[in-house]
Design a protein around this ligand. Structure first.
Ligand SMILES: Cc1cc2nc3c(=O)[nH]c(=O)nc-3n(C[C@H](O)[C@H](O)[C@H](O)COP(=O)(O)OP(=O)(O)OC[C@H]3O[C@@H](n4cnc5c(N)ncnc54)[C@H](O)[C@@H]3O)c2cc1C
Length: 404
């Protein structure tokens, strides 16, 4: 395994680092001010639109998409260090580069499984950053980490499908530009094979019967920059049969394919979040004095900093190894490693950010530093895309099988 950055990665890293310094970090306070003045908090502040235009001009656009027909054509190993950099400003940078979840997963899904017509109608405007999208799977009534529990019905009627169900924590759905939902539901609820009961359909947001009911909060945050996380009701929503993605019964398999890259992208950005927390921790420790000494002189603070550095280096290597495996043996072959990083990264990064919060005292939990919001975002990634315990369960099962 050779994890040295190749020439293309190095060049893109340089360009992205300059973009972050010159445009993204200075835009953070501006975006907050502009958002506060907007008629709807869900709209994109003008400065973010300007960041998007600049990123596009600089060739820092759709870097996440490995298919060169649609995106930059980077391997996972090439994209990993770039996604890490965007994680340093998770509210603005991924959106600026058109590399933000859930659109990234949805674009990959459409590129891989969408029909020519679906790609033209939805993928093209998503690639251009003109619309947003959401992925609707989780339901309040059932334990949704087990996809076989999903209760939403997708009923075939003539040349249409009728969708009925209630979803929540649907990221991006509060954004006024969110034009389409990819909805997971059951076309064959009594089918013998529980993994063939589900299908996915495209539901345009303006279809009668779609109600974006309310914004769910995340530890009190509304995640405006991500378009929030909504509760959405589908009440006898009728869409043309051609809106089915792939084949009937293929929903489970498509969801699996979608989540592999999504999970590693989250881990890459989490490492960037941890790096930002370490930087803030070090700067604060050097400039703040208590009991006659800078905080940096306290043994406990040095321990936090050292532990954080050791953990970030370990996590980065595991993420790079996973990216390399995905590139060389495919997402299936990298299954164990994808689960390992999904378990290890949010846990460790939550701890690192928490130490940084502690070092900042009251400032750490305040709106004057990004730490509180970083912590909430990292903490949710122990749940989103599958809770830790579900990944542990299946990873342990494979480990046990070797000895059974
Ligand atoms: C910020 C955020 C954004 C999200 N965005 C989206 C989105 O865009 N689209 C979408 O569809 N969903 C989204 N989700 C939902 C997320 O994917 C689910 O919360 C997650 O899959 C868990 O499902 P659940 O909440 O129903 O928990 P449940 O399935 O009820 O699980 C609850 C807990 O039970 C335990 N548990 C479950 N199974 C096992 C097991 N096998 N072994 C041991 N313990 C177990 C775990 O501790 C787990 O945390 C988002 C969630 C959050 C917090």
């Amino acid at each position: 395994m050779d994890f040295a950055y190749d020439a293309r990665t190095e060049e893109l890293r340089e360009r992205l680092l300059s973009f972050m310094d010159e445009h993204v970090y200075p835009a953070e306070p501006v975006a907050e001010e502009q958002r506060a003045a907007l008629d709807s908090p869900w709209r994109t502040p003008q400065v973010v639109e300007e960041l998007k235009a600049t990123a596009r001009k600089l060739g820092l656009w759709n870097l996440f998409l490995p298919d060169p027909e649609y995106g930059a054509g980077l391997t996972n190993l090439q994209y990993a260090p770039l996604a890490e950099i965007t994680g340093r400003s998770p509210q603005l940078a991924p959106t600026a580069l058109n590399c933000a979840a859930p659109d990234t997963g949805n674009m990959e899904l459409l590129a891989q499984f969408g029909s020519a017509r679906q790609r033209e109608r939805w993928l093209e405007p998503l690639l251009a950053g003109e619309i947003r999208s959401a992925f609707a799977m989780t339901e309040p009534e059932v334990a949704s980490s087990d996809a076989t529990n999903i209760g939403t019905r997708i009923r075939r009627e003539g040349d249409t499908y009728v969708v009925t169900g209630r979803k929540w924590y649907i990221s991006g759905a509060m954004h006024p530009d969110c034009a389409v939902f990819i909805v997971m539901g059951k076309t064959d609820p009594d089918g013998e094979d529980v993994r063939r009961q589900q299908s996915m359909v495209l539901v345009p947001r303006d279809t009668p019967g779609v109600e974006v009911r309310r914004a769910m909060t995340v530890y009190g945050y509304q995640d405006h920059y991500h378009g929030g996380h909504a509760e959405v009701v589908f009440d006898d929503v009728r869409v043309p049969a051609e809106n089915l993605i792939g084949e009937e019964g293929g929903g489970f398999a498509i969801a699996q394919a979608r989540l592999g890259p999504g999970r590693i992208h989250h881990c890459m950005r989490l490492i960037g979040m941890a790096e930002r927390a370490i930087e803030l921790m070090c700067r604060r420790a050097l400039e703040r004095t208590a009991f006659g000494r800078p905080l940096a002189a306290q043994g406990v603070v040095r321990e936090w900093i050292a532990d954080a550095r050791v953990q970030v280096e370990q996590l980065r290597l595991l993420v790079l190894k996973t990216a390399w495996l995905m590139d060389t043996v495919g997402n299936r072959g990298a299954h164990t490693e994808i689960q390992a990083i999904k378990i290890a990264t949010p846990r460790a990064v939550v701890r690192i950010i928490d130490d940084a919060v502690q070092l900042h005292g009251a400032g750490g939990v305040s709106q004057d530093f990004p730490l509180a919001e970083l912590w909430a975002a990292a903490r949710t990634l122990r749940l989103a895309d599958g809770p830790d315990e579900v990944h542990q369960r299946s990873l342990a099962r494979r480990e046990l099988q070797r000895y059974a």
